[in-house]
Write a protein that binds this ligand. Sequence first.
Ligand code: BGC
Length: 744
Amino acid sequence: MKLILAILIAVSGLLQVQAGQMDDKAINKKVQQLLAKMSIEEKVGQMTQVTLQAVSKVQGTRDQKHVLDDAKLEEAITKYHVGSILNVFDVAHPVEYWHEILNKIQKIALEKTPNKIPVMYGIDAIHGATYSLGATLFPQAINMAATFNKELEFNAGAITSRETKASGIPWNFYPVLDIGRNQLWPRLWETFGEDVHLVTEMGRAYIRGAQGDNPAAKDKLAICLKHYVGYGFPMNGKDRTPAWISERMLREYFLPPFEAAVKEGALTVMVNSAENDGIPSHSDKHILTDILRGEMKFKGLTVSDWEDIKRLHTRDRVAATPKEAVKMAVMAGLDMSMVPYEFSFYNLLLELVKEGSVPVARINEAVSRILYVKFKIGLMDTPYPEKTLLPEFASEAHTKANLEAAQESIILAKNSNGILPLVKYSNVLVTGPTANMLSVLNGGWTITWQGNEESLYPKNKATILKAVQEKIGTANVTFVENNLFDKETNTAAAVEAAKKADAVILCLGENTYCETPGNIDDLTLPEAQLQLAHKIAATGKPVILVMIGGRPRVIHKIVPEMNAVVLGFLPGMEGGRAIADVIFGDVNPSGKLPITWPKAPNDLLHYDYKPLEFADVKEYIPEWNFGHGLSYTTFAYSGLKSDKDTYKANEDIKLTVTIKNTGKKAGKETVLVYITDMYGSVSRPNKQLKAFDKISLAAGEEKTVTITVKGSELSFIGRDNKRVIEPGEFVITVGSLTQRIIVK
Ligand code: BGC
């Protein structure tokens, strides 16, 4: 199925290569011709992006239909010449309604403006087409990372683009290529985890699927890399707070995913809403121009994050006035402002240009980039929504791909005495706050920004409870509602029911959140949930703990009492079914942790720690390590070999290793290749992931796999902040096998 889907996606991409695709030379010529005809007002307008709310009369809510304000919309496009509109106000729309909105917008742009430049609509289609009602909503990024399966991520990208384009929207503010280096951070689940290599590879796979070789194809769009750069390591763990990342660490950990994505042809970049090293990113010429343009040769457009140019004045106070903030951001290299509620950016920038404080050349540069993207995605030729994609929206094939991704994203962290898989049709108690809600399986960016409108979730999708009932029959399932996250409710009833059950599926974790509202002060799971777990465990019945939520909450006190632990994170719309499949053995779990799961709230470790961190005082013992994940079968590794003993700098290393399924069930195994640089002029991490591959093995089957580690993977950022490969000894680790090599 996976293969067929990938082939279909690839073929449909190829067939459309011709449609609307122009080479860059031809595009640049068209851009210059168009630019020559534009007034300065139109140019500044192209750099302005407003939210749908700014042109709406009535907010869309669960009980109220959204209504556009035609007069305001016309004003935005004809008076302020806006280049882009974004977002929803406030809940997901049916695709047909999106067509209505988009048709109205483009009709005005094409019929009532001098140069007929279509408006580029942008949206957060984070784990699928978030704001299109009924869309295929995949596991969130942290789960996709846990699959360690690039093909699944490619498919997720392709399907998300197809459904977003089916809604008429050609620009998606995704993927997130921040690295999640602080487990407290409420946006951790939007990332592919803590590791540079994993984030880079999943990001590349997504872009290939979502934007592909021909972004003008009818089912492709412009993706947006975010949030550039250093957002994912806030010192205090709260959203939109300062990072203190040195230039060396920025280049070694945070820039590589963006560099690789630019090489993949990423067309747009959104700027980090926070600051690094005292410099708010929206004012940082060094990263926006010197690095992004000078070094990476990025050709697309940069867009601000929400209101962030204004915040240079109001919040960060690096600009004394709103006008200075606009000048600062534009001169740092920013091309488009997500203003987003009104037109102050337009007015101020126009003043700045007219008085000569911002050169017209800079405006021309920004607008050229914006128009380049509009041409590149075929918007100039096909501005109206594409109706032919509608039948594919939320198709059965898309749902299957989603289920498959969810199944591979579930991590079995503990399984004492092989308690799992549970025997089907045993008498099971299901309880806990995450047992019977779809919202908790999806998290933020689902139907609404916070994802918490449970009543708007599709009725045909299964919560964990419903999926367990489907699996073993409602008569075999007792459900005790326990729906408060930080207060005990029905504990006594749950304990009584546990006494009568063969096993308990205890569903704990987090309620939904997105961005700043998800800030917490303590990574420990709330006491009420720990108490519920203790009391149920005290019945002596087998307890299967299912942890749901966007970050690894500390559960050290209850882990020893649990017979099995399943880590579900945010597995999406098919997540309930995927979890039941794993618990009852219809799927052999193959997810592995893309982030280190801490044991204590102040012990926020990463697997690629520096030896210094554990020199004398203590050992590195997290609750579960990065890469941890059990299976219902066992795998034995043997015969790790490199093609040479000694390599030249930058030479690829070809490894072979044999993996045997030594158990009784077919299973999938992720082969992780770590490298330790034994000595370096800058202290080197304990080990670093440098390559991975996922394979399937039937019971008893053995495969020898070849994995290539790129020579450049042995590089790091030296004392002079430049990338270097230093000769010497490197140790390769795969499973428990090691191999030493020398680089000359
Ligand atoms: C978020 C971005 C998002 C933007 C537009 C911001 O608050 O930080 O990730 O793309 O809003 O919705």
